[in-house]
Design a binder for this molecule. Structure first.
Ligand code: FAD
Length: 457
């Protein structure tokens, strides 16, 4: 008998799962809270302007996933250049930080201080002496790997500006390359580059060819949605799931809010790609108190992206610039990804501002955010107020799962609880509370589809 699957969220994860299941004959419905698909990989389309939530690039070392996406575009996507810089004390550094940046780009005096401090930290810093490296905080990891000086002047201010959480409270897993990134490792890479003349990076994935569709990254989730709809998937936008319970017909029932009314849908299985803590809170009857407490400890950080339409071209000279001590943490320009994201002769400079939901930044209008940001952009020589023709704004809740130092046991207990249900699954960046790029979202969705197909055979 064909099973009916309800998927919560039409981001890349939910759409990829829906697509794969529908090709195997499942009846699939996707409920999406917003008016468009794509989630974090979506693009704001306003008039002739296309602005991502921070421009994305597609890359993958997973050949099957790479080919799947390229095939959706009839193999017409071509690799594009992507280069990233860090702007620190009026100097441009490599990103992520390398020994080269410390020794040669930060300036001689900083290089010497950082080197002495690194050696000193090796002998003196004991941190809280944790048994498992996995349990390290960002503070412990950064001092051990780069020394106290760089921790105080670079890692701590940047990390805390981004996460709004003290480094002593954050797990080192918050730094994606933390297991490989250290002063010594970056020296090795530097030497290897010199000896072999080969490009190498701490983030091997950064060296992969990167792809970007012409009119915004959202073309990727939109193509997946098209393929899913062709196979029979029904996508219900403007449909925010609010509760999940057992219906009298023996199926699961999801109630959802369309903005005008409340509606409901029943199915054999529910898959949540929405934040796991929200999913657990939606369950009726309610999850046990201790599970609700664990789920409540799994927090997310929101993001606001402000786009400034300008006629200035090649403002940054690279794809992204990470910055310290500014109201935003990253600047990019859409034309560095595709000129077709704005009318000819125009460009969109994007600043990303990580924030707490309901903070001053979160509630600010685009004009207020412009006032907050333009002084620093002007001072750094990127853009003056007179260069800006109009503004675009996107706000997204739950953009970054926060890895606090004690998040692993909370997450494990939340996941264990969901596993007790054989008809409820979680998937994706927020569903699994795990950083992942788009290719990994598609891989995990396809793997879950295979698991579900096998279990229903
Ligand atoms: C600033 C930024 C830059 C990034 N850059 C890159 C990059 O260059 N390359 C790359 O590969 N990856 C990048 N990523 C990561 C990538 O965007 C995500 O991993 C991916 O889009 C996550 O997809 P998802 O479907 O798992 O989750 P989401 O995209 O979060 O989808 C979840 C969906 O659920 C919906 N939803 C939430 N609550 C409900 C509800 N109650 N009912 C119904 N629907 C609901 C949301 O609206 C959303 O559409 C970046 C992420 C960010 C934040």
């Amino acid at each position: 008998m064909s099973k009916k699957i309800i998927i919560l969220g039409a981001g890349v994860s939910g759409l990829s799962l829906a697509w794969k299941l529908s090709t195997k004959g499942f009846e699939v419905h996707v409920l999406e809270a917003k008016s468009q698909v794509g989630g974090l990989a979506g693009t704001l389309r306003e008039g002739d302007y296309c602005m991502d939530i921070g421009p994305h690039s597609f890359f993958s070392e997973d050949q099957e996933i790479l080919e799947t996406v390229l095939t959706l575009f009839d193999n017409k996507l071509v690799p594009r250049n992507r280069n990233v810089k860090f702007y620190y004390q009026d100097k441009f550094l490599d990103y992520p930080l390398t020994a080269y940046s410390v020794l040669f780009q930060m300036g001689l005096w900083t290089g010497i201080r950082a080197g002495i401090s690194f050696v000193g930290s090796k002998f003196t810093y004991k941190g809280n002496v944790r048994v498992e490296a996995d349990d390290e905080t960002v503070e412990e990891w950064a001092i051990k790997s780069f020394g106290r000086h760089l921790y105080d002047t670079f890692f701590k201010p940047y990390t805390e500006q981004f996460w709004k959480v003290p480094c002593s409270e954050l797990s080192s897993r918050s730094i994606p390359t933390h297991t490989r990134m250290s002063f010594i490792n970056t020296c090795r890479i530097l030497l290897k580059r010199r000896l072999t003349d080969k490009k190498s990076s701490l983030i091997e994935r950064e060296m992969l060819p990167t792809y970007y569709p012409d009119t915004g990254f959202a073309e990727i989730p939109e193509k997946i949605a098209e393929a899913a709809i062709t196979s029979g998937v029904q996508i219900h936008v403007n449909s925010r799931a609010v509760s999940i319970d057992n219906h009298s017909n023996g199926q699961l029932r999801v109630r959802y809010d369309t903005g005008e009314t409340w509606d409901e849908i029943t199915g054999d299985t529910v898959v949540g790609t929405i934040p796991i803590n929200h999913l657990i809170n939606m369950l009726e009857p309610s999850a046990p108190e201790d599970v609700l407490i664990d789920a409540g400890k799994l927090e997310q950080r929101s993001i606001v992206a402000l786009g400034m339409v300008t006629e200035r071209q090649d403002v940054l000279g690279c794809s992204y610039i990470y910055v310290l001590d500014r109201p935003y943490n990253r600047i990019s320009e859409m034309n560095a990804f595709s000129n077709a994201t704005s009318p000819e002769g125009e460009n969109i400079l994007v600043v990303e501002i990580p924030c707490l939901k309901d903070s001053v930044v979160w509630t600010a209008s685009k004009e207020e955010l412009f006032e907050i940001c333009i002084g620093a952009l002007s001072k750094d020589g990127f853009l003056s107020p007179g260069d800006v023709k109009s503004l675009l704004l996107v706000k997204v809740e739950n953009a970054y799962p926060i890895y606090k130092k004690d998040y692993v046991p909370h997450l494990k207990r939340a996941l264990d609880y969901i596993e007790e249900f054989d008809d409820i699954f979680v998937l994706g960046r927020a569903g699994e509370h795990m950083y992942m790029d788009v290719d990994v979202c598609i891989r995990r969705a396809f793997d879950l589809a295979d698991k579900m197909i096998t279990s229903y055979e």
